[in-house]
Design a protein around this ligand. Sequence first.
Ligand code: IPE
Ligand code: IPE
Ligand code: MG
Length: 247
Amino acid sequence: MQEFNPANVPAHVAIIMDGNGRWANARGLPRTMGHRKGVEAVRGAVRTAAEIGIRYLTLFAFSSENWNRPENEVSDLMGLLKAFIRRDLADLHRENVRIRVIGDRSNLSGDILPLLIEAEETTIANTGITVVIAFNYGARDELARAMRRLAGDVAAGRLRPEEITAERISSTIDTAGIPDPDLIIRTSGEERLSNFLLWQGAYAELLFIPDLWPDFTRETFFAAIEQYACRERRFGGLTQPTLAVGS
Ligand code: IPE
Ligand code: IPE
Ligand code: MG
């Protein structure tokens, strides 16, 4: 097994799992078959992330803009998420995986929300990797919901405008308590963020890889972490942050 220097392992990796449709098209299959294969790649990615020692893995599963797809594709994607939780929750729980879900919960169909809540509640005390499922998620929507909450607190006299700091915003958005992603990977060769983690990704390393999501393997993941390990992160300074003497 390949070993990484723990100092070079990102604590939080977020993945834009793109290319399911093209994977299916290339084989003359319906798009839904690509999504099915994509679920298998998800299982592998969770296992590999835990093996590497990643603490948080965020997976973009359905965006707030994906409602613009044909109704049958949307319902296939909803069905696959439900089937995934029903089939995999017990295994994930046994493997000490904690599940968190980010995204807008207000307009999800009746049977999906209880499953998402069950997944979170069943695994809440687990201490292994945290898998964050971004479902019905869009960064602008997330920020707009957070701003409405903060504005409501100000209007009600519970919060002063000067108390709205970057930290306060971070703890009001869906990812409250989760560290910012160190690495955002997008598969399929597209080089854009598509409304994913716009606030949290301020200093994330971005990695765009040509592989379509269903082809994402353990080797692909290891190669991505190797690339990350070669990056120099500066956070606006001049050198990598070092521990202050005596701290
Ligand atoms: C990613 O694959 C899965 C979701 C967006 C839910 P796509 O369905 O976007 O696949 P392409 O981009 O059309 O190939
Ligand atoms: C981003 O992929 C959303 C997910 C992976 C869930 P899209 O395929 O929806 O993004 P665009 O439309 O190509 O930007
Ligand atoms: Mg796509």
